[in-house]
Design a protein around this ligand. Sequence first.
Ligand SMILES: [Zn+2]
Length: 203
Amino acid sequence: MDDYKLILFPDIFLKRKISITPFRDNIIEENLINHMFTIMHQYCGIGLAANQIGLDKRIFVMDVSPFITEEIEPDLADSEHLSATEKEPKEPEELKDISTQHNHEVFINPAIIDKKNIIPSMEGCLSIPGTTAEIERYHNIKVNYYDQHWQLVERDLVGLSAICFQHELDHLDGKLFWEHLPPIQRGILQKRHNKQQMEDDSE
Ligand SMILES: [Zn+2]
């Protein structure tokens, strides 16, 4: 499991479109999925795609429950990863009770079959630490996927769950969130990110 660590932009693996994972692929072992959740929580994210840890599988995991409350409008709950850019990674001991408090969901070979209502979405990404931008996403989507037990699921997602699904599905297609921006705006953001990384590396 130690081989599968969070990979960061500009690693070219993040640009690769991941092919469909074969039915009942035995690589999808419980400990691998658990490892994805551990890394996601370690970096305070609410979603993680397998290729973000170098795994060539069309799978992502999600847990938006920390951000869904009665008081928060789902579409105002900011992004899956926004908090990740503001916090230090958690220590393993802080993670031990995490599976009992959370709503862990696994999506294998996910697809969007219907979508409507474009809304603004302020997003960040665990693979592009420290960078956020407002892009557009669909507020309502109908999706299908296989769950961890290879049961086919079809359901409607709304708000933050829908936004997170679209962000993670983009990862599996080799697309990062800032690719939804116009080229000039994206260029500025990438330059600023690269400069920040160089400054961080030289410290
Ligand atoms: Zn991301």
